[in-house]
Ligand binder design. Structure first.
Ligand code: HOZ
Length: 431
């Protein structure tokens, strides 16, 4: 019998000490209602809560656990690193090894700077773009989330969309004024903007596959347009691949769509689940970063030896088993086809959008190309689907505005059970 009794007590206590009882808003389940399970452990495709419930995990820490939770080789590398000390604030050999591995997957990242989170990565890439071009304005797309730095917390998707807040209080008006927002996948709007104001724009930042309004792929020509206009007007093109990195393909969205940005931001996955992120790109541009150049960026925990060990182990395994990408993509494709077929059979309007091994099931009857499309989905149906699944051991992202992921550990049996429960959930929605 499914129960979240212990999690309920834990959540009540946590709310006394932390806003909403959590350290990141979507985890609080406000948009879907109910109580979040408090997690005690995870292994392979499974995650376990303190009430003893077991779930097939499609969140995977919001993407990074592509090789499954607690992968033995990654765990061994971490355990081996810890006795050597957990932080030095000084250079190590490991950092260069990790940089080389990142470059092997992402050749456009000729030079990198390591940081601790996706937020730091995008914030620093933007500062570099502004410093390099000597311009202030940046362009982002409505529904794309690039972390919570001031410039980027404007019409962001993810947690803000989940809670229906377009912009956050606390972002200075002057900063927000320098952020121009356009609808995702609207090439004409981008062209018009650059024709009128191209000379004052430092950068376009984009999730080349949006993950934070649910999984929304770029329409044909969109990324190409971004590349064209930025080149033409001397602006910097930044791909935020924090979510879609290593998920769209082994070389991310830039390899999959064959559009190469000037700067790339990666997070989560490069640290094998430990706090680590990175930004990088053209050597000439990256040379503007301190101490080579004047654009300041720093951090004691950057290049942390334990995170580097986890990252190196993850990237080495992905290099050693390149089939991992195909395997996880094939499983994701099979699952998505099965979900769509089950919904169709029951007669519930559902569109499943997927790129590589990330996907979102939207309760709608038409393709989702931008934030307005995502917002028009049936959120009540999503809630019913979400809770029906959770209570039966399937752990999806707790918001229609998020993506789900698979790992190499998700077995055929996992997928079969997931599809069985999905069909039942569609029947429950149909009533
Ligand atoms: N909105 C974040 C992922 N897209 C959630 C991160 C978290 O809660 O850990």
């Amino acid at each position: 019998m499914f129960s979240l009794e212990k999690s309920k007590q834990a959540f009540a206590e946590a709310r006394t000490y932390m806003p909403g009882g959590v350290n990141s808003p979507v985890r609080s389940y406000r948009s879907v209602g109910g109580n979040p399970p408090f997690i005690s452990s995870a292994s392979g495709s499974r995650i376990y809560d303190i009430d003893g419930n077991e779930y097939i995990d499609y969140v995977l820490s919001w993407g990074p656990m592509i090789l499954g939770h607690a992968n033995p080789e990654i765990v061994a590398s971490i355990l081996e690193a810890i006795p050597r000390g957990t932080s030095y604030g000084a250079p190590t050999l490991l950092e260069t090894e990790v940089a080389k591995k990142i470059q092997a997957f992402y050749p456009s990242m000729e030079m990198v700077r390591m940081v601790n989170s996706g937020t730091e990565s995008t914030m620093s890439a933007l500062r570099l773009a502004r410093g390099y071009t000597g311009r202030d304005k940046i362009v982002k797309f409505i529904g794309c989330y690039h972390g919570h730095s001031d410039s980027l917390l404007v019409k962001a998707g993810s947690g803000l969309a989940t809670f229906g807040v377009p912009d956050s209080p606390g972002v200075p008006t002057g900063v927000a004024e320098d952020t121009i927002t356009l609808p995702y996948n609207d090439s004409d709007a981008v062209r018009q903007l650059f024709e009128a104001h191209g000379e004052s724009i430092a950068a376009i930042i984009v999730e080349p596959v949006a993950g934070n309004m649910g999984c929304v792929p770029p329409v044909e020509g969109f990324l190409e347009t971004l590349r064209e206009v930025t080149t033409e007007h001397g602006a910097v093109l930044i791909f935020d691949e924090v979510m879609c990195g290593f998920r769209s393909s082994s070389g991310g969205a830039q390899k999959y769509y064959n559009v190469i940005p000037d700067l790339t931001c990666l997070g989560k996955i490069v640290g094998g689940g430990l706090p680590m992120a990175v930004f990088g790109g053209k050597k000439e541009m990256m040379s503007s970063i301190a101490p080579s150049g004047p654009v300041y960026q720093a951090g004691t925990l950057s290049g942390n030896p334990v995170a580097m060990a986890a990252g190196l182990a993850t990237l080495s395994m992905l290099q050693k088993y390149p089939n991992a990408f195909r395997q996880v993509e094939e499983s994701t494709e099979a699952l998505c086809q099965g979900l769509e077929a089950a919904a169709k059979e029951v007669g519930v309007p559902v569109v499943v959008q997927r790129v590589g091994s990330m996907f979102t099931l939207f309760f709608t009857d038409k393709a989702v190309h931008n934030f307005d499309d995502a917002s028009a989905c049936d959120m009540e149906a999503f809630k019913t689907f979400f809770h029906y699944n959770l209570e039966r051991g399937i752990y999806y992202a707790a918001s229609q505005y998020e993506s789900n992921f698979l790992s190499t550990c998700h077995s055929d049996q996992d997928l079969a059970y997931t599809l069985q429960i999905a069909k039942e959930a569609f029947q429950a929605i149909k009533g």
